[in-house]
Design a protein. Structure first.
Length: 569
């Protein structure tokens, strides 16, 4: 039976509600179908705006725009699969009770798989819908006729940048090539490479940074060029390089010309394509077949580059619903308009369904036994510093202040496709994605006060697997440059990254299934992160697949709440 891909209200065909068909397994009957959604009494703000990811409350429900129902006979799909526009009738929205009239369900059906997602709600906030809402890629087979077809259903995060050319290499964005070209032009300033002055040659070698990658964001490139201009000017003004004064002036002017050009054309790469600054990398490199070196954008992990392939960064998960539920049936037509007004709980509603848990020839009303639940989990991050002054990699004291280091984003590792029940079943690196959420709390700054930094939506993680988490901060201090991992420089207005690891619960602490993993669908995981040092700050995001990460964040504790305590917010 093909899944209906266009959404339409079901038309009642076959037997009418007054017919009494003879029971034959697999024959369609026409019924009213009732269902309910999980609810939370206390909606709260979330990673985007409240209306985007909040629970379905009476004031502003955010229920699925479309729902896909797969009816099952035990473990096998039934040919009575159906869809409808959701929801078409309701009489108790405060309780989230809904029903649809005149649905076809085959006799013998005793379970339903229910999938649903709300419509995008960017609300004209000027933010791209995927950034604002998150997004999930859903993959349903064209035909679902066997139990094996069910196994082909999967869901995954959507890469932020995933453009490949015919050689299966990632296409380099024009802005990245432009920035690389600016650095190359400055490196080739006339007379610089030929200078016989050792100090000036050393300045060039530091600028080329030949042994490692440079941050390739527009902000970082500007900072690198300004640092070069300042160094050249200091050397010129020192009076020790009078014979090289003209060359030093050329170098300074070349660098500042490019800085002004970046400002003039308003380059914001890679923010312009929604990637974190630290995903952009450049390297002084000689391409195969070429005779000269140049700065080149690095898009993929290679043996020489401890960076992330940019296509691994993905948008956060979007709100999504799922349930694998049994059913309750009734041989009588249920008067929902009355029942829904009189009943306050779904248990009370189900008391009207007494015939059994499988559709028969005389079945007139069917209800999902379990509420339709959130198919994704939520990560809530609280952030604070262990001290008002932290050490950088040169053992210098860095005073945090009140607004020097705003939180700008969060990155979560280990996000792989999930199966038809929204469970992660493989832990290979082939399809792993790094969730990047830039819709964080605008008032969160690194300080000794614990603050809510971010609430984001995630796919369920793999059983027994730790999860890497990265905080993206901005150095908002005009007069502060500090050093991080391997002596890298974090210049004013550039972003830096601190890495932590959320470890699964020790085996002796596991009480139920949700404790086996960091993230579980329909649950919220609260993580308290403490920044203990700036020595481990990265100015370029390290590869989250290498296992050789410098940790600058202490995960002091995390709590995986049960739906009864805290529903996904």
């Amino acid at each position: 039976m093909h899944i209906i891909m266009s959404i339409c209200s079901l038309m009642a065909v076959g037997c009418s509600s007054n017919d009494e068909p003879t029971f034959v397994a697999g024959q369609p009957v026409t019924v009213d179908f009732a269902y309910t959604f999980s609810s939370s009494a206390n909606p709260s703000t979330t990673r985007q705006a409240t209306e985007v990811v909040q629970p379905n409350n009476a004031a502003q429900p955010r229920l699925p725009e479309t729902m896909r129902i797969i009816t099952m006979m035990d473990t096998n799909p039934s040919e009575s699969d159906f869809n409808w526009e959701a929801p078409v009738s309701k009489s108790n929205p405060a309780a989230r009770f809904y029903y649809t009239n005149n649905c076809h369900i085959n006799t013998g059906v005793n379970r339903c798989l229910v999938y649903g997602k709300p419509a995008d709600m960017s609300n004209n906030v000027g933010v791209a819908p995927k950034v604002y809402n998150g997004v999930i890629n859903e993959s349903f087979p064209v035909s679902i006729a066997t139990a094996g077809d069910i196994q082909d259903i999967n869901f995954s995060l959507v890469p932020i940048y995933n453009i490949y050319n015919n050689e299966n290499n990632l296409v380099i964005p024009d802005d990245a090539s432009t920035l690389a070209g600016y650095l190359t032009d400055v490196a080739n300033t006339i007379g610089w490479s030929d200078s016989g002055n050792a100090a000036i040659q050393e300045l060039r070698q530091k600028f080329l940074n030949k042994d490692s990658d440079l941050p390739g964001s527009a902000v970082s490139v500007k900072a690198w060029l300004k640092a070069l201009a300042d160094a050249a000017l200091r050397m010129k003004d020192s009076g020790s390089y009078s014979e090289q004064a003209t060359l030093l002036e050329y170098i300074k002017d070349a660098a500042m010309t490019k800085v002004n050009k970046i400002n003039e054309i308003s380059l914001t790469y890679p923010r312009s394509i929604n990637l974190p600054d630290g995903a952009a990398a450049l390297r002084w490199f000689k391409e195969e077949g070429k005779t000269t070196y140049a700065f080149q954008p690095r898009m993929n992990t290679t043996p020489d580059d401890d960076i992330n392939t940019v296509s691994r960064f993905a948008y956060p998960a979007s709100l999504y619903y799922f349930v694998n539920s049994g059913i309750s049936t009734s041989m009588e037509m249920v008067d929902y308009a009355t029942v829904y007004d009189e009943k306050n709980t779904w248990t009370q509603v189900l008391e009207q369904f007494t015939a059994g848990s499988r559709v028969e020839g005389g079945t007139r009303s069917v209800a999902l036994t379990n509420p339709v639940q959130y198919a994704v989990g939520q990560l809530q991050v609280n952030v604070q510093a262990s001290s008002a002054t932290l050490k950088d990699n040169d053992d210098h004291d860095v005073v945090l202040g009140t607004d020097n280091f705003p939180l700008k984003g969060i990155i979560v590792g280990g996000q792989r496709p999930v199966d038809y029940e929204f469970k992660q079943t493989k832990n290979t690196d082939t399809e792993v994605k790094f969730l990047y959420d830039s819709q964080v709390e605008s008032g969160c700054y690194l300080s000794t006060t614990s603050q809510l930094g971010c609430q984001t939506l995630v796919l369920q993680s793999y059983d027994g697997e730790d999860v890497d988490i990265v905080l993206e901060f901005e150095n908002n201090n005009d007069n502060l440059t500090f050093t991080g991992v391997n002596g890298c420089y974090v210049y004013p207005h550039t972003r830096f990254y601190l890495v932590g690891k959320i470890q699964v619960m020790p085996e002796q602490n596991i009480v139920d299934d949700k404790d086996k993993r960091v993230f579980t669908k329909d649950h919220i995981t609260t993580v308290n992160l403490t920044v203990t040092t700036l020595k481990k700050a990265y100015n370029l995001l390290p590869s989250l697949l290498t296992g050789h990460l410098e940790l600058g964040i202490e995960v002091s504790d995390w709590v995986a709440a049960t739906p009864e305590v805290v529903i996904l917010k």
